[in-house]
Design a protein. Structure first.
Length: 488
């Protein structure tokens, strides 16, 4: 149901809290002198603000779906659960920033401020029911991301990462706007609900004319997800950015883009017809290429961070498979996969970050003999790699199983086979780091300062859900089962 503009604000509390947190962090940062590198109060405020956002989002789960701001934004259980995942990812990245040496002390507050702003854009993107709101969400998310990518001002690779990100982002935004303008010209509305109604009245010839516009529309979202062929920026940007930034990019923009893609697919293309066939066919090709290119490219990498970057591309391809089936089972599978991916990615990047802080790089060899020096961290990393590879009984296997199940039920056998082959390919580079940690002698016996008892406890806490979600996945899937996309 729709409600008036002022009443809409009462249902938009998490987003308003996130904005308030961002402005509060700016004010706190302004009180510090330049030479004061430790900003404990600022990170405490960021933690409190983001936790408050998370609490309000959890309270919103299970509420009746509704449209607000003249039907331009939809608040439903699907968008709320997506926002919870993004908020957890932001919290994890902010904590990693406070511990990492990959970002200078006086720049760490800037990360917390901009990450919160990107979270606001992602939250807006996941609830968008209007092309203009969706574009604002993407641009809010993107513009701040360009700055984050180049946060290491004196590092040429970081400057290159920011420049590449901005160039690709500007081009894809222009292409997406062109597609949006053509859709508006044909249908006469920018509201998703009205567009869906208008599409039903079009003839087959008119549908064939408007379909390319939706493909141009897809370019902007595909860029945020980093799916093929819009992935070219991802490996270089992920490698050149500081590790906390890479961690953040691997989670929040990706989940936001996937949430938007789920809503668009469900709203416009769920009905059988020419549009459905064209959209599903396009997404099928993109998913197959994304999985294959991501996995094959990851094989030859020497940097664990770059390997995880290509790995995240392949995982995006798997999640797109859940969107292709166009039903509630697929949506649940994508949400469960996103939750699992969140914990696997956060924990893995935590370990990589602390090793990188010690040695100045994150090459595979730096992990040699880690089992003998920090056995708990090596065990956690092994669990994470096994889960990312999809080995039972870990949550990564369960997440992939549900995607495969949704594909087979809808008789997408070819895609299921391609996904299965890619899972086997992924085993090689995931198990490579496990072999190095456990079978090769240690390069150095020096202490890794990042592996304090507190940080090791955080890594263990992030890894526990990876195991628990694999064993007791029914409980989480029950929550995801109610997370349906609200279509008026």
């Amino acid at each position: 149901m729709g409600i008036n503009y002022l009443a809409s604000l009462s249902h938009y509390v998490p987003e308003l809290l996130a904005c308030l947190t961002m402005f509060g962090l700016i004010l706190i940062e302004a009180t510090y002198k330049e030479e004061k590198k430790e900003r404990g109060l600022l990170f405490l405020a960021a933690g409190i603000g983001l936790t408050s956002v998370l609490v309000f989002l959890i309270f919103n789960l299970g509420k009746e779906p509704l449209s607000i701001f003249t039907n331009s934004v939809v608040i439903d259980s699907f968008s709320t659960l997506s926002k919870i995942i993004m908020c957890l990812g932001t919290l994890g990245a902010v904590y990693l920033t406070s511990q990492s040496r990959d970002i200078q002390g006086n720049l760490k507050p800037e990360f917390a401020i901009m990450a919160t702003g990107i979270l606001v854009g992602g939250m807006l993107l996941s609830s968008a029911n209007n092309m203009l709101v969706l574009f604002i969400g993407i641009e809010t998310l993107s513009i701040l991301s360009y700055v984050l990518a180049s946060l290491k001002k004196n590092d040429d690779r970081s400057a290159e990462a920011g420049l590449k990100y901005a160039l690709y982002g500007g081009i894809t935004s222009g292409i997406m706007l062109f597609g949006m303008s053509h859709i508006f010209g044909v249908v006469g509305s920018i509201n998703f609900t009205d567009i869906a109604v208008g599409l039903k009245s079009l003839s087959e010839g008119q549908v064939l004319i408007v379909l390319p516009s939706f493909l141009l529309f897809l370019v902007g979202i595909g860029y945020k997800i980093a799916c093929v062929p819009f992935h070219m920026w991802a490996p270089d940007v992920y490698e050149g950015s500081p590790i906390p930034v890479t961690t953040f990019f691997s989670i929040v923009p990706k989940v936001a883009g996937l949430a938007a893609l789920v809503r668009i697919s469900t709203t416009f293309f769920a009905e059988p017809g020419v549009l459905n066939v064209g959209w599903v066919g396009t997404l099928s090709i993109i998913a197959a290429l994304t999985m294959t290119v991501g996995n094959i490219s990851a094989i030859g990498q020497q940097s664990v961070k770059r390997m995880l970057a290509y790995s995240s591309i392949s995982h995006a391809g798997v999640m797109i498979l859940g969107i292709i089936v166009m039903n509630d089972l697929g949506t649940r599978s994508v949400l469960f996969y996103s939750i699992t991916y969140l914990f696997m990615t956060l924990a893995a990047f935590y370990i990589v970050s602390f090793v990188n802080d010690k040695y100045g790089n994150d090459h595979f060899e730096r992990f040699s003999g880690l089992i003998y020096r920090y056995p708990m961290m090596a065990i956690m990393m092994t669990i994470l790699m096994f889960s990312l590879a999809g080995i039972p009984p870990l949550s990564g296997f369960v997440a992939k199983f549900h995607i495969f199940n949704a594909l087979i039920i809808e008789k997408y056998y070819t895609l299921a086979v391609i996904a299965g082959i890619n899972s086997v390919i992924a085993l090689y580079y995931y198990l490579k780091i496990v072999r190095i940690m456990t079978l090769k002698p240690s390069e150095s016996e020096e202490e890794i300062q990042g592996f304090t008892y507190v940080n090791q406890g955080v890594v263990v806490a992030l890894t526990i859900p990876v195991v628990v979600l694999g064993l007791f996945w029914e409980k989480v899937l029950m929550v995801a089962e109610g997370a349906k996309v609200f279509v008026q």
